[in-house]
Design a protein around this ligand. Sequence first.
Ligand SMILES: Cc1cc2nc3c(=O)[nH]c(=O)nc-3n(C[C@H](O)[C@H](O)[C@H](O)COP(=O)(O)OP(=O)(O)OC[C@H]3O[C@@H](n4cnc5c(N)ncnc54)[C@H](O)[C@@H]3O)c2cc1C
Length: 231
Amino acid sequence: MVVGSGIRRRRRSSLGADGVVSKCREAVSPGAGSTPGRVKEIVCAAYLPDLAEELEHTFLKFVHPAGGLAVGLVPVGDGQVVWFVQFDTERYARPSGDAVLPFLEATLQDFPEVVRRVVAGTAGPTPHVWDTVDMEPVPQIVRGNVALAGDASHVFLPFTSQGANSALVDAQQLAEYILGSTNPAGVTAALARYQQERQPVKHRYLSAGRALARGFVEPVADNAFAIPLVL
Ligand SMILES: Cc1cc2nc3c(=O)[nH]c(=O)nc-3n(C[C@H](O)[C@H](O)[C@H](O)COP(=O)(O)OP(=O)(O)OC[C@H]3O[C@@H](n4cnc5c(N)ncnc54)[C@H](O)[C@@H]3O)c2cc1C
C-alpha cells in the first residue's frame, strides 16, 4: 500500500491480512500461543430450493437442551442452504473423511424434521470440518510500518460471530487513519492510533467469545436462553 498522495518522500506501509495461519502475525507478534478449540464446526451446503423459499431471510438455529450441540440453517440464495453443526469434541468424537456425513445423520437424528431434510439433501463431499483455534491475544498488531488486520491480527472462536465484521472495521479504520496522514510521522501516528483503538475491542471480542463457548457446552438452563451475540 502506498501511503499519502502529498508526501514528497513516499513511505510505504504494509497490511498483513493473511488469515488464521498468518506469516505476517509471526513477524509482528512472534510466538502467539494457541490451542485447538474444544468446540468444532462442520459447515455444509445443500441445494434445497423449497426449503430456501420457506426460510426466506430467516436464520434458524437449534440448540440441544443438554448442551454441546447446535445446528444453524442459513438460506444464501439460488436455492442453496448453508448449514452448520457446532459440537463439543469432549462428547462427540471428531469425524473425518467419509465418516462426516454418517456422523451428521446419526448425531442429528432426533433434531426437528427441517434439520433431517438438510442432512438428507447434503451431498457427500460438501461437509467440511473446521478445526477451530483458541488463540491468545497477541501483544501488538503493529510493528514498524506493518499493520495486521482481520484474522491475522486476532483469531476469534466461531461463536464470537465477529471475525468478518471485525476484519471489515479494521480495513475501514486503517484506511481512514492512513489516508488522513500527510507525512511519515503522520503515518506512524496513524498506525499507533489503529493499534490503540482496535486492540481493546479485539480483546473484548475474544473474552466474550470464550464465555459463549464455555456456556455452549453446559445444559441450556430453563428461561436462560440468550441470543449469543457479542457486541
Ligand atoms: C467455522 C467458522 C465459522 C465462522 N463464523 C463466523 C460468523 O458467523 N461471523 C463472522 O463474522 N465470522 C465468522 N467466522 C470468521 C470469519 O470467517 C473470519 O474471521 C474472516 O474470514 C476473516 O477474514 P480475513 O480476511 O481476515 O481472513 P481470511 O478470510 O482467512 O482471508 C485471508 C486470505 O489470505 C490468503 N493468504 C494466506 N496466506 C497468504 C500468502 N502468504 N500470500 C497470499 N495470500 C495468502 C488466504 O488464502 C485467504 O484467502 C467463522 C470462521 C469459521 C472457521
